[in-house]
Design a protein around this ligand. Structure first.
Ligand code: GLA
Length: 725
């Protein structure tokens, strides 16, 4: 719902449980009023008069002009009295950068705005567009806000236009800016590393600027493009929380600036380090979008809102809610060392156990027996695979299985035919030694001819073979930000242009093969973000397949992404990353909390283990609807203690699934009750595993004992409503 009060120039945007209000103050600034719980139209009018006036600058007279420094703003500006970090910075031909953006006009339209070449919210009810104009240059900024009655996510973005006659340099172009008033704010960020992605870290927000970012050309293992603000002691189950998530996969930044009267400006978008975009006369720049979310019921509710948003409005609609295949992937089973016999053995055994799809990972193309060569040569290596891909696909088909294939299309190995033919396709400044990552270079996707070459090479394989699943990998960060094809004064565009080029590849290839399920991957979770999920409805969550480590990685990832987005596999023990051994049951329990699969040599399992796989596959099929569309309740935080537990509940609360793991054994600590929040207190439920019938009320009020588990042991409960006769 969007309401506009003409006399006070007040905008009130409301979603399911939140409101967002702002007004045009007497000097023409778009001043922020409120973001939080739902308020009425008359409340917004009162706010404009009371709170609005209290923070309104006094621009009359010579000195008081600088009062703008405390004005809560929807768009920070540079060098004209707002001394906080600006949102947009332009530099004009005369070198001047000062600006003040004032309200010019607005309109309200049905539906969403689609930024060109960028992933975005696919649907929304209404969009407010507010045009601001700089009084000093000819820059125009259209801030837009998309609201939906059935969502607590507010989508924001902007279009920055050079409305003048001479070129401008756009030096910062963040996607959103908003302000929150004084409170005890905590910042939750998702930091990490390769094999340790997305660990929640909660810190106080001191005065000054706190910045989280990636400068790696990818959203990054190290920091996810997401921040949450927790107000006055808010936690998992209660209190006010705000989420800020970028729908973007390249270098990004989010800053939170607490000023000296404790107002908090939070904003983010494309990283401004080294960014400089030339805007010719009449040209526009579309920022990536940001998804803001409000919850008055803690982080748990915030995550459920984000999960719905991503499934319903970001993921490709044809795949978002359709049953995902249960895959077996040969990477940890064989690495590069495979042949027909080894693969056939995996396929034959997997088929017997009910697994749907065999995924052939790295090493099937060019000359690729290690990670030192072959990337770019997307032609099957028939020396390794007799009869080519067709032989493997035929084997899958004969066993009733489908076939998936690994690619790393954005990369090139210096030892490859592609490199020998087109060394200039690699990102590298002539005359310098480039930075290698995993022995490989990135392709210069800012160039159309390079993208065309990739599209053709990948499409040829997809056209000529029966492939139902693609794992699209990306195994290094971007460096040597330079393209021989850009002008000397255009290098500030390189990093964002790379990402636009990558999105162009994703769009062209995924739309040409709409029936293929594309899984994203980037050395595990280097690019786990809402931008990727627009094209790839699931992402390989981490190269760490240790079940205990995975409880933490998957828990952190669930703060802003749905479980169906996480690809989670059972692997062999001792685990290849950590050396840890945990039971097959525990590995299955943890891998069931996502789009599940196997990452081991099924043919080498014992008969007992094979029977466990069979049972896990059968059980997973019973809960796959919950993984696709259920609500997640995080019941025990593996970062906070010795246990992990998550529950998925169907929207009508008639069915639930719980999985828990004792992640470390602390004597006499593991007997306390597990309170089960999220079921309907007025319903009675049956727990299949124990046969008990129990009310939702007592499960929430008292809970069940967290079974006496030994270290790394797990349990699962399938829960069904007992219908009244
Ligand atoms: C990355 C992926 C792995 C695997 C290898 C292949 O590390 O995350 O799953 O595909 O590449 O080289």
């Amino acid at each position: 719902m969007i309401y506009y009060d003409e006399s006070g120039k007040i905008f009130l945007l409301s979603g399911k449980n939140y409101s967002y209000a702002m007004f045009v103050n007497k000097y023409g600034f778009l001043q922020h009023l409120h973001y939080g719980s739902k308020i009425s139209e008359s409340d917004a009018v009162w706010l404009a008069g009371r709170i609005g006036k209290a923070y309104q600058p006094d621009c009359e007279g010579n000195n008081t002009d600088l009062d703008i420094d405390n004005m809560p703003s929807e768009c920070g500006f540079a060098y004209r009295g707002d001394f906080r970090e600006p949102t947009v910075v332009t530099e004009r031909a005369d070198g001047a950068s000062m600006s003040r953006y004032l309200y010019a006009s607005h309109k309200i339209s049905e539906g969403v705005f689609e930024p060109s070449g960028l992933p975005h919210a696919r649907r929304g009810d209404k969009t407010l567009y507010v045009t601001l104009r700089d009084g000093f240059s000819d820059t125009e900024i259209v801030l837009y806000y998309t609201v939906s009655d059935d969502s607590d996510v507010l989508v924001r973005g902007s279009v920055i236009k050079n409305a003048g006659k001479t070129a401008l340099k756009l030096k910062k172009a963040f996607s959103f800016c908003t302000e929150l008033f004084a409170a005890d704010w905590k910042l939750l960020k998702l930091e990490g590393n390769w094999v340790a992605e997305r660990s929640p870290e909660i810190t106080d927000l001191g005065h000054g600027v706190t910045k989280i970012q990636s400068l790696r050309g990818a959203s990054s293992h190290q920091m996810n493009p997401f921040a949450a603000l927790l107000r006055d002691g808010a936690d998992e189950f209660s209190g006010e929380c705000y989420g800020f998530q970028l729908i973007y996969s390249g270098s990004w930044a989010i800053t939170a600036e607490r000023n000296n009267i404790n107002q908090l400006r939070i904003q983010g978008g494309v990283n401004d380090f080294g960014f400089c975009w030339k805007l010719g006369a009449g040209e526009s720049f579309h920022t990536p979008q940001a998804a803001l979310c409000y919850s008055s019921e803690g982080m748990g509710k915030l995550s459920r809102e984000y999960a719905d948003f991503i499934r319903e409005r970001i993921m490709p609609p044809a795949h978002a809610f359709s049953t995902r295949p249960i895959v077996v992937n040969n990477w940890e089973a064989t690495y590069f060392d495979f042949n027909n016999e080894k693969l056939f053995a995996i396929i034959d055994e997997s088929a017997k156990l009910g697994i749907d799809t065999f995924v052939l990972d790295d090493g099937w193309f060019g000359v690729r027996d290690s990670d030192r060569s072959g990337l770019g040569d997307w032609v099957v290596n028939e020396k390794k695979l007799k009869g080519g891909l067709k032989a493997v696909i035929d084997r899958c088909k004969s066993k009733g299985m489908k076939f998936g294939l690994w690619f790393e299309p954005e990369m090139i190995s210096p030892d490859s035919d592609l490199y020998r033919a087109h060394p200039d396709y690699a990102i590298c400044k002539k005359g310098t030694t480039p930075v290698y990552g995993r022995n490989q270079l990135c392709l210069d996707l800012t160039r159309k001819e390079v993208r065309d070459c990739v599209v053709e090479a990948v499409s040829k394989v997809l056209r000529e073979n029966e492939i139902s699943y693609v794992k699209w990998d990306y195994n290094r960060d971007l460096a040597d930000m330079y393209s021989e094809s850009l002008p000397a004064d255009g290098m500030g565009e390189f990093t964002h242009r790379y990402m636009l080029g990558a999105y162009d590849l994703f769009e062209r290839i995924t739309s040409a093969f709409p029936n293929i399920l594309f899984e994203g991957c980037a050395g595990g979770g280097r690019r786990f973000d809402a931008g990727m999920l627009y094209y790839f409805p699931q992402i390989w969550t981490s190269d760490n397949t240790d079940a205990v480590e995975r409880t933490r990685i998957q828990y952190g990832t669930s703060y802003c992404y749905p479980l169906s987005a996480m690809s989670c596999h059972v692997s062999v023990c001792p685990n290849h990353q950590t050396g840890r051994t945990v039971s097959f049951d525990t590995r299955g329990a943890v891998a069931s909390l996502g789009s599940t699969g196997y990452e081991l040599d099924i043919s080498k399992l014992s008969e007992q283990e094979k029977q466990k796989v069979k049972k896990q596959v059968e059980d997973y099929k019973k809960i796959s609807d919950l993984v696709l569309s259920g609500d997640l309740y995080r019941l025990c935080d593996p970062f906070a203690g010795d246990r992990f537990c998550e529950m998925l509940v169907s929207k009508d609360k008639s069915k639930a699934y719980i999985a828990g793991v004792l992640t470390s054994y602390l004597p006499r600590r593991n007997s306390s009750h597990l309170r089960i929040y999220g079921l309907d207190e007025n319903k009675t439920y049956k727990i299949t595993e124990t046969g008990e019938c129990v009310s939702g009320k007592v499960l929430a009020a008292a809970g069940i004992p967290f079974r006496e588990l030994r270290e790394y042991e797990s349990f699962v409960y399938h829960i069904e409503e007992v219908k009244k006769k």
